[in-house]
Design a protein around this ligand. Sequence first.
Ligand code: HEC
Length: 339
Amino acid sequence: MKKWIFFFGITFAYQIAIAKADPVEVQVKKKFARYQESLKKELSAALKKGHKHAVDTCKLKASSIAKNLSTQAIEIGRVSHRPRNSNSSIKPWMKKATLAYLAGKNLGDLKKIRINHAETGYIKPIKTGGLCLECHGQSVDPDLQKKIKKMYPKDLAVGFEVGDVRGFFYAVVKNEIGPDKDHLKRLRIERMIQKFESGFNAPTIKVRDMMRISKRNLFDSYVVVDVREGYEQKVSTIPGAITKADFEKNMVKYKTKKVISYCTIGYRSAEYTNTLVAKGFDALNLRGSVLSWTHEGGKLVDHDGKDTKKVHVYGKDWDLVPEGFRSVTKKPWFKGWGR
Ligand code: HEC
C-alpha cells in the first residue's frame, strides 16, 4: 500500500513539473536532443565510409548542425573540458557548473545558469557512448590517430571510456528582448506552416535557399511570382517579383524557367504551385513566403521600387513580422477594389 502512495506521489510531482516546465527550457532540451540525434546519424553514416573520412565529416557537420539549430535568440554549441578543437573549450560562465558535473554532483539533466542581465545559459553533459570510442577512446586506430594529431596537435580528447562525460551541449538564450519576441513569432509562423503544408504537398524552396541563389541566376533561370491581391502588393513586394496576371499573360515565355510563387505565409502560393506543376511547370512554393522573408532579413520594395519596411500581412492572425517592420492589415471593403 505504501508503495502505491509513493508511486502516485511521484507521478503527481512529475505532472506538476511538466505543467510548470519553462517553455525556454523545453525548447533548449529539444534543440539539444536534435543536435545529438543529427550528430549520431552523421557520425555513423560517415564511419561506414571509413574513419579518415569521418573525421572531416565530424568537423564540418558538427558546426553546421549547431548553426542550423541556432537562431537570433538561442545560440547552440558544444564544448569540452578536454577538447580536441581548442575553440571548443569550456566558457567562463559555465566553468563552475561543468566542474560540479565532472565531480559527480547531481545537478539534473539540464543546468540553468545566469550569465548576465541579458543572457541565460544552459548546459547538459554529453556522455561517451560506444560509437565515440573509435575517435575518443583509449585505443584509437594508429592511422586515424595520426590524422587526428595532424589536424589537432593539442588534442586532449582521447582516453575516454563509455559513460564518461565527454563534454557539454550549451545554449545561450537572449532574455526577453526584441530578438526573443521575434523568435516566438517565428515559432508561430512555423506552426502555421506545418498545419497546412502536408495537405498541399507542393514542392517548396526555403527563403534561405532562395537567398543563396545569385541575383543573376535568379533573374536568368527563375521567375518570382507574387500571387497575392493587388491591394497587398501595393504595400510591398519582394524585389523583382511579378504579379500572377503578368505571369499568366506570358506563360509560354516562362515555360523554361523555374517558378517561385509566394503569398503571405505560403498557403495561397502552395495551391498555385500545385496548379503550375499540373501544367508541367518546374514550380516551387516559397516556404513561409513574405513573413519568413522578413524574418531572414529580406528587403521589400513599395510600388515605386523603393525600399520599405511596410508589409501587408493578410489579417491579424498573420501579423507576425519581426521588429523593425510595419504590418498593414487593411483590406478593401469589397472584393475587386484596388486590384
Ligand atoms: C570519426 C571520429 C569521431 C567520432 C566517432 C566521434 N568524434 Fe567527437 N570529435 C571528433 C573530431 C575530429 C572533433 C573535433 C571537431 C572540431 O574541430 O570541432 C570532435 C569533437 C567533439 C566534441 C567537441 C569538443 C572537442 O573536443 O573539440 C565533442 C563534445 C565530441 N566530439 C563528442 C563526441 C561524442 C559524444 C561522440 C560519440 C557519440 C563522438 N564525439 C564521436 C571526432 C569524432
